[in-house]
Each structure stands twice: as C-alpha cells, then as structure tokens.
Design a protein around this ligand. Structure first.
Ligand SMILES: Nc1ncnc2c1ncn2[C@@H]1O[C@H](COP(=O)(O)OP(=O)(O)OP(=O)(O)O)[C@@H](O)[C@H]1O
Ligand SMILES: [Mg+2]
Length: 464
C-alpha cells in the first residue's frame, strides 16, 4: 500500500521485537527505537505513519514523546501501551492526542486490529477522504436528561457496551429518545471522532435504497456516472444508525443480513466485497419481535440485530424524569427565544407530571416550546400549557391516594389499578413494574373482580 513505516518505541528489547514480528507478519513495515530521544531523531528524519510507544520509559516518558510528536509532526498518529491497572494514564494520553491505547497484556490480534483501526481513520484510498467531510454529520451534542432509575440503568449499560462493536437494537415508543440514545452510545464509544451516519429506512425510496446503503461502481446501472460509497462504507469505523429498521423491504433485509453476518459489503456492480468496519445501531418503534411473528421482518435478521437490546420505557413509566426535563426544556427555549428564565409554577408542574404523554418526550418538548412562546409574564402557569383535559386520564397525577385507615390490601389494589392504567392495561408491563409475576397479577385481578361482583349482588339485593 506504500504506507510509511510504523515506529515502535520501547525500552525493553523483547517487547520491541515481539511487536515488530507481529506487525511485520501482518504486512506492515516497522522500525524501532529504544527511547523517546531516538524516536524523535527518526521521526524528524524519516516518514513515519504511526508511533506505538510504551508510556513508562526511563529518560523521556511516553507522554513527553506524544507532546513532542504533536509539536513537530502532528499528523502522525500515536498508540500508547500501558499496564493494566493504570488505565488513567491511557486516558491522559488520549487527552494529549494519542489515537488509541493498548492495555498490557494484549494479544497480537488486538495489536493488529488497533493499528488497522487507527491507520484506517487516517487514510484509505484517496477518494474516501473527500466524502468524509460530507458524511461527518457531527453528532450535535444534545443533553440527555435522566433521573429515573430505569433510564439511569439503561445509560449505565449503554456506556458499558458502547466501546464494544456489538450490534445494538434500541426499541421504544415514538419520542422516547431512541435517536438520542444512539448518539449517546456513539459519543461514549471511544471512536466518536469517526463518522456517525444515520439513515431512516422508511424514508428510502426503493430504487435508491440499495445504492444508498451499499454504494455502487461507476456504470453499475444507467445513471451511475461515478463511483458512490454506501452508508456502511462512509461510516468507516464509526456508527451506522438504521432508524425504523422494521420498514426495510425484504430484499434489503436479505442484503443487510449478509452485511452483518459476513461484515462485508457488496457495492452494486462491484467485483469484490469490501470490508465493513462500522458498528450498527438499529432503531425501531414497533416491536420487532412482533414484526417477526407477523412475517414482516426476517427472523434471522432479528437475531443478528438484537445482540444488545435496549427498550426505552415511555415517559409515563418514568415520571421522575418529568421535572428535570421540564426545567431543561424551559431553559432551552428561553435561551433560544432570548428571554429571561421563566419560573415554573407548582401547578403547571403538577399538570405536566400528570399527563399521559403518548408522544413522550417529544410531545413534552413541543408543549414547553409553545408555552414559552406565548407567555408574557415571568411564570409558567397551567393555562400556558394547553393540555387536553382528557389526556390526564389514567395518570391521576401519578400519585396514588393513601389514607390512614386504609388496609394494606386496599393500598395494594389501588397501586395495581393505577399501574395498569398507566401502562394502558398491558399486564406484562404492569407486572414488571410492580415486581410481581404475571400470574400473581392475574390472580389479584380475578380476586378484585370477584369482590366487585359480590358487592354488586349485595347492593342489588339490598336495593331490591
Ligand atoms: N432524556 C432526554 N433528555 C433530554 N431530551 C430528550 C431526552 N429524550 C428525548 N429527548 C428529546 O426529545 C426529542 C425526541 O427524541 P428522539 O428523536 O431521540 O426520539 P425517538 O425515540 O427517536 O422518536 P421517534 O420514534 O419518533 O423517531 C428530541 O428532541 C430529543 O432531544
Ligand atoms: Mg427517532
């Protein structure tokens, strides 16, 4: 490929030769240096594509070396090697400009994969560079608000899996923050400076879909005047987000399956497949499993996509997030509209907290945006919200009424009834929320029904 050599810097000769061997075997040309000073001499003199350096060295440390390289030849990428247990050094090195790090002990595969990844980001065959700018639809950093345990747990897990390359499936109702979670995962992936390419599968015209996703060669079909890279290729080592994946046509589903299985892409009219390096995040607001049962979505593809699944609960099931979200959106729209921060009245907050929010966070956001626009005074009041009165149905302010003198049994009934209302009578979901089995829930409901019937007969008897 005509790539400039990789320079290995380590004071231990065994380490140097082990790394040299592994990289030479993988087809790279390699040079080595026993100290930072030596390394700098070579860097000034010879072309070097990449430096792999130990952090702990006598004389000049790896950190100092990074600093010097960034001064004299900032285009050279640096990978640092650090001992397990001193990951903070690696983090520091990344902040100083290292492209990646290797934790000792590491396998040769990891070494080679990391080198390829870092070199891959720098340059592929010339053409790609051009398109990179166009695609680098920089993930606009949006604040993600979370206070409710359910969402916090999701974020924690998301952060943990973000650095892996596993395919992720995000499900949830419309407006729950699925795209935001995808962006969050990309931001915590450790490759966030790589492209983030999002694609709405429902918006793809049939005829263009394949070339959008997989690209085409020049002359592959009438109108294919130039070579075009597909989204998977454009994403490089970054993230491809496939939104509304359930809407993919069957032929595209088959092609996607191949991409995920073989990690290879076939450009239309291409003679050989190209490797696929991106991480895939699929999003769906319909239950994909149900789509499989209805034969709208391929089962084999479902299993490929559903490697790490996330389901974002609707807002009405995580009402604890509401106050913070309200404050966040009020602040956001006050800023956008260049007005002083509004005070949020308790009454308005209570109204907001009691809504059903079928459109979830998007609906809440729109409600606040509209309110901020129309308010003249300094305070957000219920009348600024224009909430449909009927919409609070079932939510009952999310508070269940407990009074002294109530039996535990009555409280339980109240809680179960309210929970069921909140989840639109979805018993599985209600059981989950209540922390009881679906069978227990069913038995309780049967019990209530019997009680009700009994009391009805009694009243009827008394009345008659
Ligand atoms: N936790 C959150 N904190 C702050 N803003 C949020 C949060 N969740 C969602 N939002 C905002 O709500 C709006 C909707 O979120 P997003 O587009 O991610 O939802 P979605 O699940 O992809 O919706 P759809 O299914 O309709 O495409 C966005 O403006 C987003 O920034
Ligand atoms: Mg979306």
């Amino acid at each position: 490929m005509g790539l400039a050599p990789i320079l290995i810097v380590d004071d231990e000769s065994e380490m140097r030769s082990a790394l040299s061997h592994a990289l030479t075997r993988s087809g790279f040309s390699v040079e080595s240096a026993a100290s930072g000073t030596d390394a700098l001499v070579k860097i000034k003199k010879d072309p070097i594509s990449l430096v792999i350096t130990d952090l702990k060295m006598p004389e000049m440390s790896g950190m100092e070396l990074i600093g010097a390289i960034k001064k004299i030849k900032p285009a050279i990428a640096v990978i640092v090697i650090t001992a397990f247990g001193s990951i903070h050094n690696a983090v520091e090195a990344m902040q100083a400009g290292a492209a990646d790090y290797l934790l000792k002990p590491f396998s040769f595969e990891t070494l080679v994969a990391t080198v390829k990844k870092v070199l891959g980001c720098m340059h592929e065959d010339g053409e790609i560079q051009v398109s990179k700018k166009a695609v680098k639809s920089k993930v606009t950093v949006k604040t993600l608000i979370a206070e409710d345990r359910k969402l916090l747990d999701i974020l924690k897990l998301a952060k943990n899996v973000a650095t892996s390359r596993s395919t992720i499936l995000i499900q949830g109702e419309s407006g729950t923050g699925k795209e935001l979670l995808a962006a969050y995962i990309h931001a915590h992936s450790g490759y966030s400076d790589e492209p983030y390419v999002a694609l709405n599968c429902a918006a793809l015209p049939d005829t263009l879909a394949e070339s959008e996703l997989f690209g085409h060669e020049k002359g592959a079909f009438t109108g294919a005047v130039g070579r075009k890279m597909g989204k998977f290729e454009l994403a490089k080592h970054g993230t491809v987000v496939l939104d509304e994946i359930s809407e993919m046509t069957p032929p595209l589903q088959a092609k996607l399956l191949r991409v995920l299985q073989e990690r290879e892409i076939d450009r239309i009219g291409g003679s050989r497949p190209v490797p696929m390096n991106a991480r895939v995040v699929a999003i769906s607001n319909v239950d994909l499993k149900k789509a499989v049962a209805e034969r709208k979505f391929r089962e084999d593809l479902y299993y490929r996509v559903n490697v790490v699944p996330f389901t974002i609960p609707p807002l009405r099931e995580r009402r604890r997030d509401i106050p913070l979200l309200v404050a966040h959106f009020v602040e956001k729209f006050c800023q956008i509209n260049q007005r002083d921060m509004l005070k949020i009245s308790d009454a308005a907050l209570a109204c907001l907290a009691g809504q059903q929010w079928k459109g979830n966070i998007r609906e809440l956001e729109n409600t606040i945006e509209r309110a901020v626009l129309i308010i003249n005074g300094p305070e957000l009041l219920p009348e600024h919200l224009f909430l449909e009165p009927g919409d609070t149905k079932g939510s009952s302010q999310a508070a269940i009424s407990i009074e002294a003198g109530m039996t535990v049994k009555e409280m339980e009934k109240e809680l179960i009834t309210k929970t069921l209302q909140d989840v639109d009578d979805n018993r599985t979901r209600a059981a989950e929320l209540l922390g009881i089995s679906i069978r227990t829930l069913r038995n309780k409901l049967k019990e209530y029904k019997q009680e009700m019937e009994a009391s009805e007969t009694q009243t009827a008897a008394q009345g008659g």
